[in-house]
Design a protein around this ligand. Structure first.
Ligand code: PLP
Length: 473
């Protein structure tokens, strides 16, 4: 058809918006999103007509569908909740730890008004933001003092900068860790102005290696790093923190331990035995480490934060270093962390109200029963589904190379590909993130809340109601 004729036949933006809002699916979409989406669709069509790419106008139904999808995308928040059906509890890309109701409620109260952030109610004078959680952290870890910064990477940077700038830091070659997202021990060290002094070999480091490297004139610290996301197996050996701490004490050199995931509770006693292999912060303090740092949103199950606990004299140096101000945490994180730490005072409370702990410690039978409940909640449709045991993961760089057995609902669609189903779920109004494994789409129930079953069911009803398996997008 002639380009001019096509251009004249292009629908008017206002008229198109009118027709979209008349649709039941179009109700409630903000006008700005509708306008942007409609203009975008018409502009694109005009361009394609001019370039000759489009030689016939799309049907009204197709055009309305396109506008509707684009408008919904524009109206949605960019950072928004998803359903984690991967079974990976500490999924860094999906935000690591989810917070429970009680913690969220406390954040809300602090967020919506003024607070005691840096105000001492007793003396009516300026207070310290550290005061809110230092006592709790000391109680939970047995340390003398504590400090919290933005994340664990910041905690390591602060320790190295405040205590070791211009001096050597002795680290085992087997512990020069890279964590995803560009945290590499040697680079953080360079950033902190410390000089890396590698000792030992990749697979074995002995106490005598550390001993030989110590020079009281230049050594700033002995650093131990928990190899949280990999495992060296075979002929291996590392120096444990107790022996390293004794050496540091004898030579008057601080011993720092980057614990990474840092469990606060003895998880092995609470859930699967595997969880017991993760060291706790309290244990490292007891065994003599001068400073221990770990993440707030890994095994602890709180907000993103970096926690440092240990000797008061060292913590004081960190607190007064100018970098501490740049790395400090905000009041919302602080409120979430205090509320989370308080739950740890009662193990039953922690287990019940910290989702990360709950998901990690849930029993096999509970997982299997949960998977059967999800299966029953799914609507009938053109697909097969069954409950299947799976190999999940803790994630967040904990328990490397070790699977956390779980249960999933395994789905096999009849009239669309697994990839299409995966995409439709991912593009649902509440995105559902699932994985494909061995010719099935798996919905691992370890990381799905019972309260989310109805949403998944709604997604399935919509996806499988389309004619000829036309995917919903
Ligand atoms: C995860 C991890 C970090 C980084 O912690 P963030 O809280 O993500 O900044 C540092 N060191 C180790 C050993 C880790 O496992």
């Amino acid at each position: 058809m002639n380009k001019q004729v096509l251009l004249r036949a292009l629908p008017k933006v206002d008229a198109l918006i009118g027709r979209v809002t008349a649709l039941p699916e179009g109700a409630g979409i903000p006008y700005a999103a509708l306008l942007g989406a409609t203009r975008g669709a018409v502009d694109r069509l005009r361009k394609d007509i001019l370039s000759g790419e489009v030689t016939a106008l799309p049907t009204e139904e197709a055009l309305l569908g396109e506008v509707l999808r684009a408008a919904r995308r524009q109206a949605a928040f960019s950072l928004r909740p998803v359903i984690n059906a991967t079974g990976i509890v500490l999924h860094t890309n999906l935000g690591r730890s989810a917070l429970g109701e009680r913690v969220a409620e406390h954040i809300k109260q602090v967020a919506m008004g003024y607070s005691t952030l840096e105000y001492d109610l007793q003396s009516a004078t300026r207070g310290s933001r550290h005061s809110h959680i230092e006592g709790l952290l000391c109680r939970l870890t047995g340390a003398e003092a504590a400090l919290v910064v933005n994340n664990n990477a910041a905690a390591v940077l602060l320790m190295l900068t405040a205590l070791c700038a211009g001096r050597e830091v002795v680290v085992s070659r087997g512990e020069l860790v890279e964590i995803g997202g560009s945290f590499r021990v040697p680079e953080v060290m360079a950033q902190g102005g410390a000089i890396l002094r590698e000792v030992g070999t990749t697979n074995k480091t002995h106490l005598r290696d550390y001993e030989a490297a110590i020079d009281p004139e230049v050594t700033g610290a002995l650093l131990k790093v928990h190899t949280s996301n990999y495992k060296v197996v075979g002929f291996t050996g590392e120096v444990d923190i107790a022996a390293l701490s004794r050496l540091g004490r004898d030579r008057g050199i601080p011993v720092l331990y980057d614990l990474g995931s840092g469990a606060l509770a003895p998880l092995g006693e609470w859930g699967p035995a595997l969880l017991g292999s993760e060291p706790t912060a309290a244990e490292q303090i007891r065994r003599g480490a001068d400073l221990v740092c770990f993440s707030g949103d890994k095994l602890l199950g709180g907000p993103q934060a970096g926690i440092v606990v240990g000797k008061k004299a060292l913590i004081d140096k960190l607190k007064t270093h100018p970098l501490a101000r740049a790395l400090r945490i905000d009041k919302l994180t602080l409120s979430a962390l205090e509320a989370t730490l308080r739950l740890y005072l009662e193990p039953q409370e922690a287990l019940a109200h910290i989702p990360t702990l709950n998901m990690l410690c849930i029993s096999d039978q509970q997982l299997s029963a949960k998977a059967h409940r999800l299966l029953e909640a799914l609507p009938p449709g053109d697909y097969g589904a069954e409950v299947q045991p799976t190999q999940g993961q803790a994630g967040g760089g904990s328990f490397p190379g070790q699977d956390l057995p779980s249960y999933a609902v395994a789905v096999l669609p009849e009239a669309m590909s697994l990839e299409q189903l995966e995409r439709c779920l991912r593009e649902f109004e509440v995105p559902i993130i699932a994985r494909i494994y061995k010719e099935r789409l798996l919905l691992d129930v370890r990381t799905i809340d019972d309260g989310q079953f109805s949403t998944i069911s709604r997604a399935f009803a919509l996806i499988f109601s389309k004619k000829e398996g036309q995917p919903h997008a």
